[in-house]
Design a protein around this ligand. Structure first.
Ligand code: AMP
Ligand code: MG
Length: 476
């Protein structure tokens, strides 16, 4: 058997006792690889053959693996749970990739852990393939994200509303440190552990912070910068995470936890896909606000590290928190300048960006196609106006926009605005075909979403009307 040989070095386990519990993944009766990410494997310096399924299902432990489940807490839809933790994830260890970056290797769905509560610790094929596809799409769009190394069918059923084929996804991440990891220790009053976690996070993700006058304030500032940039990028591609709970927000600034997420088609700020998000807390247009809310929860855990004097600590936190909205706006505007093909920075840019959003509101215009077709709309109104229910506001906007354009704008627009995103109806079609035993459509869709700037007509159309309102589900 040719098993993948990871070169593990398990610093989290060494550095942070109390932040995890040791637990081995479960045995799978008949592991079989469904998708293997050879490009990512190369980055990690490992080779994946069909035999890799034994390791990537958790059935055979690779040498050097020291599996743990990480502890964390979190605000879920605004309500605090002091103990969540990895209920269906095993961190096998960390590897240093070819570029010298330390990355976590996690099995998701490989059975119960001490944090599983009532859950079975398992996952079904459909949602794991969905995470694979959406993560690779985000990566190809240039957005920081955890990625999938493989999805392996376990050969065992998992029980949801019905029996479904089970799977394990291998997740690769810069780390799995979450806002909720800080909240776990903070809620228990374990300030020394919050400090140890902060020191570890600085060393792993933001080493320059040690040189700052106040390294913990610098750490918070670095996380703010990374998360502000991330959410601005999400907004640029119309990505809706769906469960921006504090346990699903990383300190590294990577997108994590592809549950009920989806890409918006027709633009509407209130777009929600998740079946459980009744109040629209995590709606598209609310994501920048939730960003600030979650970062405030992180700041609270760091207060004792900011300053011994409580009032002074609160002042420091408030200063940084007060800047988040402005910093987000600046990042968003930078993303929008790119999407509008603008060079340099000019006074009217913000108005132009806001003007397009205003022209799109209530028009049913597809987010991705509107921007993609701007390249043709430089000279031809007809490229975009048919996407709008009432074309008048957009027609007026195009006139203003063209006045701001410079030489070479078409190429810039095509490089900034993807042609292909994972369209909800096609994701569902691909997963349904897999259930019927056919991986062909999934593979075709995957090929298209990992080259999002290449125009493949078959993957560029919005959902047909019969598809109806799209609903996604959590905890699947
Ligand atoms: P998520 O909604 O995926 O962010 O998960 C929220 C919490 O529920 C985390 O603590 C997960 O580990 C846990 N969880 C989700 N699904 C399962 C499952 N099938 N078995 C055990 N725990 C789970
Ligand atoms: Mg989660």
């Amino acid at each position: 058997m040719r098993l993948p040989a990871f070169c593990f070095d398990n610093s989290y386990r060494r550095a942070l006792p109390g932040a995890w519990l040791a637990v081995d993944p479960a045995f799978s009766p008949a592991p079989k690889a469904l998708v293997l990410n050879h490009a990512l494997a190369t980055e990690l310096g490992v080779e994946l053959s069909e035999d890799a399924a034994a390791v990537l299902s958790g059935t055979v432990l690779p040498e050097g693996a020291e599996p743990i489940a990480q502890a964390y807490a979190g605000h879920q839809f605004g309500g605090f749970s002091p103990q969540l933790g990895d209920g269906r994830a095993h961190l096998l260890g960390e590897v240093i990739d070819r570029a010298g970056r330390r990355r976590d290797i996690v099995l998701k769905g490989a059975g119960r852990t001490p944090f599983s509560r009532g859950g079975d610790g398992k996952a079904a094929v459909g949602p794991m393939l969905r995470e694979y596809l959406l993560g690779e799409a985000m990566h190809a769009l240039g957005i920081p994200t955890t990625r999938a190394l493989a999805v392996v069918a376990t050969g065992e059923d998992v029980y949801r509303e019905t029996a479904l084929p089970g799977a394990v996804l291998t997740r690769v991440a810069a780390s799995h440190i979450r806002v909720g990891t800080f909240q776990f220790f903070s809620a228990r009053g374990e300030i020394n552990k919050v400090r140890a976690l902060a020191d570890y996070t600085i060393e792993r993700h933001y080493p320059k912070c040690v040189e700052a006058e106040n390294p913990y304030v610098a750490l918070f500032g670095a996380v703010v910068a990374a998360q502000v940039r991330l959410i601005a990028q999400w907004m640029g591609v119309g990505f809706i995470h769906g469960v921006m709970n504090t346990d699903n927000m990383t300190l590294s600034g990577e997108t994590i936890d592809y549950g009920p997420c989806a890409f918006m088609e027709a633009y509407a700020a209130g777009t929600v896909f998740s079946s459980i998000d009744h109040g629209g807390r995590y709606a598209y247009g609310n994501q920048p606000l939730i960003l600030g809310w979650n970062l405030a929860r992180l700041a609270e855990t760091l207060l004792p590290l900011f300053d011994e004097d409580g009032d002074r600590a609160v002042d420091l936190a408030n200063e940084l928190l007060g800047e988040i909205a402005g910093r987000y706006r600046t990042e968003w505007l930078a993303v929008m300048r790119g999407k509008l093909g603008l060079v340099g920075v000019q006074d009217g840019d913000e108005e132009l960006a806001d003007g397009l959003i205003a022209a799109m509101e209530g028009q049913g215009a597809d987010w991705t196609l509107t921007f993609r077709r701007l390249a043709e709309a430089v000279t031809d109104d007809g490229a975009v106006l048919p996407l709008f229910a009432d074309p008048a506001p957009m027609r007026a906007w195009l006139v203003r926009w063209r006045l701001r354009l410079e030489e070479g704008v078409e190429a810039r627009l095509k490089a900034a605005n993807p042609a292909v995103i994972p369209r909800n109806h096609q994701v569902e079609e691909a997963l349904a075909a897999v259930t019927g035993g056919d991986m062909g459509f999934f593979q075709g869709l995957l090929e298209a979403v990992v080259e999002p700037f290449v125009e493949r007509e078959a993957f560029m159309s919005p959902a047909p009307s019969w598809f109806g309102r799209y609903v996604t589900f959590c905890g699947t």
